[in-house]
Design a protein around this ligand. Structure first.
Ligand code: FES
Length: 107
């Protein structure tokens, strides 16, 4: 599969294979990968849409500084994909626009 992100997995990677799901699609990764690395290797460059401008954003710094990699993981919003290791069966969702804060008092 062509990969426009330029990220590639290691050719002879002996680490255990795991599968996460991104917006319902299976993504293969290796134990120890960050969610961001797994998504970039799988050619998913964007993980969220900005609330103000409506533009796509994705992992940039890969070290917890820029917050451009925010995703929802297993129902918890605003987690940094670059700082979160993959776990087999993990459910990752992109974050389109503003986060729902819940409750009418926040609306
Ligand atoms: S890529 Fe910058 S905080 Fe995750």
């Amino acid at each position: 599969m062509p990969n426009d992100t330029g990220f590639r997995g290691l050719a002879d990677d002996a680490r255990r294979a795991v599968t996460i799901h991104f917006d319902g699609q299976p993504v293969s990764a290796r134990e120890g990968d960050s969610v961001a690395a797994a998504l970039l290797v799988a050619d998913y460059p964007a993980t969220r849409i900005t609330p103000a401008g409506g533009v796509p954003r994705g992992p940039y710094c890969m070290m917890g500084i820029c917050f451009d990699c925010l995703v929802e993981i297993d129902g918890i919003a605003n987690l940094q994909a670059c700082m979160t290791p993959v776990r087999d069966g993990m459910k990752v969702r992109s974050m389109p626009g503003a986060r729902d804060l819940g409750g009418e008092e926040n609306g």
